[in-house]
Design a protein. Structure first.
Length: 486
């Protein structure tokens, strides 16, 4: 593995995240409000994506074997790597800090921008899916613009929640994690009851569970995508109680919960709903209906679980936006993103400008994609595939930063050290980085399949435009910082 050398850091001009306050104003210290339970539930809420269960179930019964492989070769190693980084460098900003120490400020600024902008691109797809599920449950025939209006309202609800105090906002995410556990328990138990009473909807045997290695090119990105997010809580490390002790313990619990629930939830869908009837958007509601039936009591259960699932769509965005915007604040405060990103609420110490700008970008993407939804579905799907590609990019640097910092900063205290010594460090880094790079390539191109340039062309174009915009922002910010330091 090639390890990049860190770039020399340019001198930082002094800056205050609350520079708009009078000189005599006192900036309140961040409050440590996230305990072990909160860290665990926040991480579960971020990593366990209910709306992706149908995507993994669409792989078929072999996904059972694939989940086991993914847990062993990716989920566990990523927990090891992130726990060591989070405890060795428990600073606000998380991966921004780690990459800066390992590879220099320019790479840190780039990855923080990618981390931030992918959430802005991802949010419209989540809330359009919310609107589609809501329409299926309660408002059949709801038009695309009313759906867009609902998605816009949810976008700005996320912005508002994110600016509130973390000791308030954390309960939004904790409740989301509880709902996710409830939904998957219902899928798993309900699916098992259906098997006992009527048999499985699909052939579920040890033979069908065996992974088809030739099909990895289709499935790897789906699974890896759902197993990322341990690092997110580290972006608010200065708001975590005893991070050196609590983060490794929380990551261990989260790995067990997330891995087990993905496994059980996917299996529950496959037990209850035939592959022929499984839709990516409608699959969750269809599974609830297959389990609980169409009686009055069954409909109540379907509606209740459907509402819980809709709530979890919102908490997908609150968790990721809270983390991404905090990383952006730190990069802005250091002058590696435009200084305006560093603006925080003067009392809550929560991001303000970064959240509002994220809402504006997400709203623009949402309106634009709604306008072309009927005529150009290919462009619509390409935009949201592009958010997935950009989402993976920061991890290409984050996982190698673990090995790089062991080499360049061996004297740093490491309250938690990933097992395996030197060989283990290389193994965890290679496994995680390979998973990311392979997934990234397979998002863009499937070997042996013809390239559909009407889709791939749009996808590459959107990714390039997004990355170029980031390069401009970073170059201007670093140029201004150097000028201010003279």
């Amino acid at each position: 593995m090639t390890v990049m050398r860190p770039e020399p850091e340019a001198p930082e001009a002094p800056v205050s995240a609350t520079s708009s306050l009078p000189a005599t104003a006192t900036v309140p210290a961040r409050r440590r409000v996230m305990g072990l339970r909160d860290i665990t539930l926040f991480t579960v809420s971020a990593m366990l994506v209910i709306d992706q269960l149908t995507a993994s179930a669409s792989i078929g019964p072999s996904v059972v074997g694939w989940w086991i492989v993914a847990f062993v070769v990716f989920l566990v190693p990523s927990a090891f790597v992130t726990a060591e980084l989070a405890t060795a460098y428990p600073d606000q900003g998380g991966l921004y800090v780690w990459i800066k120490k390992a590879f220099g400020p320019r790479w840190a600024a780039r990855t923080t921008y990618w981390y931030w902008v992918n959430v802005a691109l991802w949010m419209p797809s989540v809330f359009l899916l919310f609107a589609g599920t809501f329409a299926e449950l309660f408002a059949d025939g709801l038009g695309k613009w009313p759906r867009a209006g609902l998605a816009l309202a949810l976008t700005w609800l996320v912005v508002w929640i994110g600016i509130q105090r973390l000791d308030v906002g954390k309960w939004v995410n904790n409740l989301g994690a509880a709902f996710k556990v409830t939904i998957i328990a219902a899928l798993a138990i309900g699916g098992f009851v259906l098997v006992v009473r009527h048999g499985a909807a699909n052939e579920l045997t040890t033979e069908t569970f065996v992974p088809d290695w030739g099909a990895a090119k289709f499935f790897l990105p789906v699974l890896v995508y759902q197993l990322l997010g341990f690092e997110l809580i580290s972006t608010m490390a200065e708001e975590v109680k005893d991070p050196e002790r609590n983060m490794p313990r929380a990551f261990g619990w989260a790995a067990v919960i997330v891995g087990g629930l993905y496994f059980l939830g996917t299996l529950g869908i496959l037990m209850a709903l035939s592959m022929h009837d499984l839709g990516i958007v409608s699959g969750l509601v269809d599974t609830f209906e297959a389990i609980f039936g169409t009686s009055a009591a069954g409909r109540v259960a379907v509606y209740a679980l459907g509402l819980a699932a809709l709530y979890t769509f919102v908490t997908n965005m609150t968790t990721w936006s809270m983390g991404a915007n905090r990383a952006a604040v730190e990069a802005g405060e250091s002058g590696e993103l435009p200084r305006v990103f560093s603006r925080e609420h003067p009392v809550h110490r929560t991001p303000t400008f970064a959240f509002v700008l994220m809402g504006i970008v997400a709203s623009a993407v949402l309106i634009g994609t709604t306008a072309i939804l009927d005529e150009t579905d290919t462009l619509y799907f390409a935009i949201f595939a592009a958010s997935s590609v950009v989402f993976l990019l920061p991890y290409i640097l984050m996982f190698p930063s673990f090995l790089q910092l062991r080499r360049t900063d061996p004297g740093a205290a490491r309250p938690y050290r990933a097992p395996g010594g030197v060989a283990g460090g290389w193994a965890w880094t290679v496994l995680t980085t390979f998973g990311i790079v392979a997934s990234l390539l397979l998002f863009l191109w499937t070997p042996g399949e013809p390239v559909d340039w009407s889709y791939t062309g749009w996808l590459l174009g959107i990714v390039v435009v997004t990355l170029v915009a980031g390069e401009v922002l970073v170059a201007r910010a670093l140029g201004a910082r150097q000028g201010g330091a003279r």
